[in-house]
Ligand binder design. Structure first.
Ligand SMILES: O=C(CO)[C@H](O)[C@H](O)COP(=O)(O)O
Length: 151
């Protein structure tokens, strides 16, 4: 897959993330502190990575900041993006399964190396549910991309 990755800080775990994605055979598109000369502000680089998902340049994205909250907030402002801040593998699995999340948000502070591997295993090992109620929920969220809460 083509994965856009952003981080506002050049932290070891962010570099491990890029390496882990490449090890898994993904094509990484770096942003922010992971790309020399790029703007590292979390609001800027998270949006840039999320936009690549929305416009189809990337299949998914992983956005990082110290807490993960700013990165997830910025990514979720991009129409078509469903970003999930995941601090454990169960949440990552649920985000893919129930929320059809297409952007993984990570906290650089909380995500240890073993936890990173667990979260990535769950994220990339999961698939969106085909259950009708789950799809209805995701469709409902898609309406919000267009400022509507009803079809
Ligand atoms: O977690 C974050 C935003 O949600 C940032 O990483 C945090 O605010 C640190 O930014 P800075 O180093 O510019 O103060």
């Amino acid at each position: 897959m083509r994965i856009s990755v952003s981080s506002d800080m050049d932290e070891p775990v962010a570099r491990s993330l890029v390496a882990a994605l490449r090890d898994r055979g993904h094509e990484v598109r770096p942003h922010g502190a992971l790309r020399p000369g790029d703007d590292p502000q979390w609001a800027v680089c998270s949006e840039a990575a999320a936009r690549e998902v929305a416009d189809g340049t990337a299949d998914q994205a992983v956005v990082c900041c110290w807490t993960g909250t700013g990165a997830s907030i910025a990514a979720n402002k991009v129409p078509g993006v469903r970003a999930a801040l995941c601090t454990d593998a169960y949440t990552a699995d649920g985000a893919r399964r129930w929320n059809d999340a297409n952007v993984l948000a990570l906290s650089l502070r909380l995500t240890s190396e073993p936890l990173l591997r667990e979260i990535l295993d769950a994220w990339f090992g999961g698939a969106p549910s085909t259950d009708a109620e789950d799809r209805q929920n995701v469709d409902r969220v898609r309406l919000l991309d267009h400022g509507r809460s009803r079809g």
